[in-house]
Design a protein around this ligand. Structure first.
Ligand SMILES: [Zn+2]
Length: 70
């Protein structure tokens, strides 16, 4: 038999799980696509084929943010 205290605890646990999921989602803004984000070479893990591509991509993203500012 479930009493009201058990129900409250279940809801708290669900809320906490949702909060953790939301926080995790924010840490992963770009999903794995199977391609290097800079040169589109096919990769099996991560987001870039090498560190040079990552640096190039981060630099161009930064430039985009700067030039897009109004
Ligand atoms: Zn690349």
């Amino acid at each position: 038999m479930t009493d009201i205290y058990d129900q409250a605890t279940d809801k708290e646990m669900r809320d906490r799980e949702l909060a953790i999921k939301a926080a995790r989602a924010q840490n992963q803004p770009i999903a794995f696509t199977g391609q290097c984000l800079n040169c589109e070479e096919v990769i099996t893990r991560g987001r870039f084929c090498d560190s040079e591509c990552r640096e190039d991509y981060e630099r161009s993203e930064k430039m985009k943010q700067l030039s897009g500012r109004k």
